[in-house]
Design a protein around this ligand. Sequence first.
Ligand SMILES: Cc1cc2nc3c(=O)[nH]c(=O)nc-3n(C[C@H](O)[C@H](O)[C@H](O)COP(=O)(O)OP(=O)(O)OC[C@H]3O[C@@H](n4cnc5c(N)ncnc54)[C@H](O)[C@@H]3O)c2cc1C
Length: 377
Amino acid sequence: MQVLVIGAGVVGLAVARAAARRGHTVVVAEQAGAIGTGISSRNSEVIHAGMYYPTGSLRARHCVAGRRMLYDFCVSHGVAHRKYGKLIVAADDAELGKIESIAAQGRENDVEGLELIGGNAARALEPELSCIGALHSPETGVIDGHGFMLALRGELEDAGGAIAFNTPVTGAALKSGQWRVAFGGSEAGTACFDAMVNCAGLGAQALARAIDGYPGSRVPRLVLAKGNYFSYAGRPVFSRLIYPTPMPGGLGVHVTLDLAGRMRFGPDVEWIEHEDYDVDPARADLFYARIRRYWPALRDSMLAPDYAGIRPKLTGKGEPQADFMLDTPAEHGVSRLVQMFGIESPGLTSSLSLAEAAVDSLDGSMPHAAQKYRHQT
Ligand SMILES: Cc1cc2nc3c(=O)[nH]c(=O)nc-3n(C[C@H](O)[C@H](O)[C@H](O)COP(=O)(O)OP(=O)(O)OC[C@H]3O[C@@H](n4cnc5c(N)ncnc54)[C@H](O)[C@@H]3O)c2cc1C
């Protein structure tokens, strides 16, 4: 098939690579001038283990399978990554209950190696920590997200695929069994494809509404939840990722490490109406208060506004968390069209598994390759 993938973020690139490796002719249309300029370059670059999400949800399944695929991919393709491990820490009895339920959820989700440890054991691992207990996840790590996307692009191009930059898709309609797609940009025009996959991130809903034949009533609402980060000016004091218990809408202001071991903090959750990536320095007060619950020795003036990313959520403040939405021909009845909505965290971790599922649903081929990465333990 001639397959059009819309969006050259990590999900679009993974889908395009998977389709090209199955022998399809693949074009990626990207409205920006480079790969990974959207959500994919504004995240924590954490390879999540998969313990937070309800068992059987797409987030749980694709996170666990995707994580295993991603570590294998990093090794085989020389993508920089480090399995730092992570501690989710409890500051009081109520939070102890929360980490116990996260541990139980994780075990149900088939996450390997989870271990509940006491405060002293946690401090033996990370002496600066203040907590009464912690959940240790040895499978959590960090990846060079851009390096990963470059490797995906390389494999896509090796398999004959191509990316058209500065090429926004403005609409599509089914004509005689093919998708007739309209492109904007300096070389605006139309082209026909057998199949189409919408991986447009924050633009997915707008694009879906411009697809003639796809029921508008299926397009979910888009809720923007900004995540702000603050950098840390001093020498790193932790050698693992440190997370508090999750907060509504996010995983809590945590310590992430880059591949050089430098610490940064975030993301928080700020519900916004319009895309905006400025980090308000006044949010530092909130960061100091949250971080000092698990790291009391954090000194004043050590945090500086860094960057922000926006989660493409499907539900808003106070509402239950939504799952990823992979709307395939089996669900919506329109042939050879896959729409991906709400691919927030852990979308980077899940990307390789999501990609196989998307391509499976286009060509109805073999059960997807991610199967073998499930139930590995
Ligand atoms: C603050 C934050 C922290 C996160 N942390 C993690 C983490 O630690 N680990 C993890 O696994 N996940 C994390 N995530 C989630 C992860 O970053 C995303 O799930 C993933 O990057 C989504 O990739 P994408 O390809 O769907 O979207 P994007 O990267 O946004 O790509 C979509 C692309 O589509 C293009 N586009 C849009 N509309 C059109 C159009 N009409 N025509 C052509 N092109 C179009 C855009 O320009 C963009 O390049 C985090 C997300 C956020 C916001």
